[in-house]
Design a protein around this ligand. Structure first.
Ligand SMILES: C[S@@+](CC[C@H](N)C(=O)[O-])C[C@H]1O[C@@H](n2cnc3c(N)ncnc32)[C@H](O)[C@@H]1O
Length: 365
């Protein structure tokens, strides 16, 4: 049986979707106690662990599974790769290195990875990940997908990657199945304290004025002092929402105004636009819960990834590699117990590699 451990599990969007897709999720690990409170509440029976992945070792992960041969290593290392404001590169941070170290030492049966599409511009992230997968003898396949193909009412684009020890290919995503903002949140009232997470940010008086002047159903603020094109706008009822970010409850941080009410969307509405059901409850204050929602993998996308893994595991058709890409190199031997290979010079070497980006090609080896 395949057993999932979700690194950087956040609120559990990825875990919950993988579970809906038929995989058995054993544990999720995240630094944030609030994320883990949400995770435990909504994934009963799965271990939610507060922990810093930069300091965890192979054994700390393996204790949740019966064998590395059953392990599906799922994970979305944090992805603040570029400054949104200045498009400048940010230092990658320790977390990505920690993820690569764990991948190296665990040699899981499958890898499921999700991140922002721009990760391919970073040799120290994408280049290092693909180099490491190749070095370990994995077949892998990556694709940029749009959430609205999975019935998520949102134009969210994400890069997904699956890796296996035998050829694996991500199939074409389903045809677009556009759901709209109205489909997802049209039934929610302006205010109702009885609905969990239906909380909204207080607007400053300047923003209240802007909001009143912004046309209903897709309007943008006309104020010449508005600094960014896409901020201070309202969503459109009959289109998918823009990408739900960690600041999705702030009118000044994107097109997060409600189509009709004079307020930004609530955390509950943001969660619905990510396809979380109303009984999935987020723990924490408004900023914290908005962060959890904006960071999450939309569960229907994760469900699709689980189905790709299970089809491959059961020998289905998605295992066919493209012609010329079917060569299989066996994985190099596992490091002796207690010896975390990538913690040493090898890890540093691979992390500093600027390998060419393999993106755009679905199946790599
Ligand atoms: C992009 S979010 C993951 C979202 C999650 N996959 C989901 O679908 O809900 C990244 C997470 O990494 C966590 N994180 C950041 N640094 C960490 C560390 N050193 N150890 C463990 N978790 C960390 C953050 O708290 C955040 O929840």
């Amino acid at each position: 049986m395949l057993e999932v451990v979700d690194l950087f599990c956040g609120a559990g969007g990825l875990s919950w979707g993988l579970q809906m897709g038929g995989l058995s999720v054993q544990a999720g690990i995240d630094l944030s106690p609030a994320c883990i409170a949400t995770y435990r509440r909504n994934l009963p029976g799965v271990e939610g662990v507060v922990g810093d992945l930069c300091s965890l070792k192979r054994q700390d992960i393996l204790k949740f599974v019966t064998s590395p041969d059953n392990l599906v290593l799922a994970g979305c290392p944090p992805c603040r790769l570029f400054s949104q404001l200045h498009r400048r590169r940010k230092p990658l941070g320790e977390e990505f290195g920690a993820y690569l170290r764990l991948l190296w030492s665990l040699r899981p049966r499958y890898v499921v990875f999700e991140n922002v599409p721009r990760i391919v511009d970073r040799g120290d992230a994408w280049g290092a990940l693909t180099a490491r997968l190749k070095r370990l003898g994995y077949f892998f396949s990556s694709e940029v997908v749009t959430a609205d193909h999975f019935g998520v009412p949102q134009r969210r684009r994400r890069l997904v990657l699956v890796a296996a020890r035998t050829p694996i290919t991500i199939p074409d995503p389903p045809e677009a199945n556009p759901r709209t903002v109205r489909d997802a949140i049209g039934h929610l009232p302006e205010r109702d304290e009885a609905i969990p997470n239906h909380i909204t940010m207080n607007l400053s008086s300047a923003n209240q004025a802007r909001m009143r002047l912004t046309a209903r159903d897709g309007g943008r603020s006309k104020s010449p002092r508005v600094p960014f094109d896409d901020s201070y706008g309202r969503m459109e009822w009959d289109r998918p929402a823009p990408t739900i970010t960690t600041r999705c409850v702030s009118f000044s941080n994107g097109r997060f105004g409600h189509p009709e009410y004079n307020r930004a969307i609530t955390v509950r509405e943001a969660a619905a636009l990510q396809s979380f059901p109303e009984n999935f409850i987020f723990e924490g204050g408004i900023k914290e819960t908005a962060r959890q929602v904006g960071n999450a993998v939309p569960p229907p996308l994760a469900k699709w990834l689980a189905q790709i893994i299970l089809t491959h595991f059961h020998g289905g058709t998605e295992t066919k590699q493209k012609p010329g890409r079917s060569e299989y190199r066996p994985a190099i031997p596992i490091a002796p117990p207690g010896f975390d290979v990538a913690g040493g010079e090898e890890g540093k070497r691979i992390l500093s590699m600027q390998s060419p980006c393999a993106f755009g090609d679905k199946s790599h080896k």
